[in-house]
Ligand binder design. Structure first.
Ligand code: ATP
Ligand code: MG
Length: 332
């Protein structure tokens, strides 16, 4: 079976509805047709400052949310990036075939370092896309399901795979980015022209999987709409209402046009109440399952250790091949 791999940073206190509908739901579906690997990129998280105790807690919590959201540890290999040292080892080799200019063209570095300036940013943040290429290429997957924001990074992974293969002989599979369709993009409730984001959204802009249902209901109730009262799908002129309609349509699997017809003559309050009900009905079981899993951290750590052992089985083989091809003397 073809293989796919993906991950989400443990950078927030909770995954949000965008992470869930834009990524996790699709990951769960790929489990039927692909050999799937899902990991928690804790090494990527430290490219910006993290509190160590919090990072540990968020790494477990992210793993618990993957499982609660439908990742089946019997079908998928679920692991923590830092548990598989081959990621860092391959990243070094790839760093040595990446051009400085090439790395400088990555837009995420420009965006994420914009605040403090490139001088203040870490070298880790600069070389992040190379580590991400290593994450991918180690497992020789055919596809990488990611959001549109990651297209450039997957493109770099493809370039590095081709370059290495050309220079040292056929080693890596050149992976495709499986970019999710439009509509899977969820916008900030308070600022509906920007995407919902763990790091960029304020608390009231977010629908978090781990929030109390009352908090979620309140945030949806105070979501920004607009001055008129017509419920219509119009991203340009009615981004707030459009976001709510898209969330409802995704959750209920009802086409937007039939929702718009249902709400003819109704008020925003009706739409918000229905969105709230649909969101809570979907995320509440995930929240309670996550909390249950977190109640037994020993069991969670055991599952992650099992996942890491399986991942290493694949990663070690690729790394040995790479080390031999670049000319490293075997240790014995
Ligand atoms: P950060 O702000 O720290 O970058 P994020 O909210 O953008 O966090 P990521 O960890 O970067 O989340 O992304 C994890 C996955 O979720 C990716 O596949 C990404 O494309 C997807 N994703 C993130 N935000 C949204 C969104 N608002 N709508 C749909 N998908 C999203
Ligand atoms: Mg992001």
């Amino acid at each position: 079976r073809p293989r796919v791999l993906s991950g989400m940073q443990p950078s927030g206190n909770s995954l949000h509805l965008g992470n869930y509908l834009g990524a996790l739901v699709n990951w769960v579906k790929t489990q039927h047709d692909y050999q799937t690997l899902f990991f928690i990129p804790d090494m990527h998280a430290i490219t910006v400052a993290q509190d160590p105790a919090q990072l540990r807690e968020r790494t477990r919590k992210t793993a618990a949310q993957y499982i609660a959201g439908g990742i089946d540890v019997d079908k998928s290999i679920l692991f923590v990036q830092s548990h598989v040292p081959e990621h860092a080892q391959l990243a070094w080799v790839l760093n040595c075939i990446t051009g400085f200019g090439e790395a400088s063209r990555m837009t995420q570095f420009k965006d994420k370092s914009a605040k403090g300036g490139a001088e203040a940013a870490s070298v880790g943040l600069f070389t992040y896309p190379v580590l991400m290429a290593a994450d991918i290429l180690l497992y020789r997957p055919q596809g990488v399901p990611v959001g549109d924001d990651q297209r450039q990074h997957v493109e770099l992974a493809r370039d590095l795979a081709k370059r290495f293969n050309h220079r040292f002989g056929e080693t890596f599979t050149v992976p495709e980015a499986f970019i999710q369709k439009e509509g899977a993009r969820i916008y900030d409730l308070q600022n509906p022209t920007a995407k919902m984001s763990k790091s960029a959204s304020g608390p009231n802009g977010l629908i978090n999987l781990m929030d109390d249902p009352k908090v979620t209901a309140k945030r949806i109730k105070s979501a920004v709409t607009d001055a008129d009262t017509v419920i219509a799908h119009d991203r340009e002129n009615k981004p707030g209402v459009t976001n709510l309609l898209e969330i409802l349509s995704t959750l209920t699997e009802k086409p937007i046009q039939s929702l718009v017809a249902d709400y003819e003559g109704k008020m925003y309050g009706h739409l918000k109440a229905d969105v709230s009900e649909a969101v809570v009905a979907r995320i509440e079981p995930i929240r309670s399952r996550t909390l249950e899993l977190l109640d037994d951290p020993g069991e969670l750590d055991r599952l992650l250790a099992q996942g890491a052992a399986k991942a290493r089985g694949i990663a070690a083989e690729t790394l040995a091949d790479v080390y031999a091809k670049v000319g490293f003397l075997p240790p014995m």
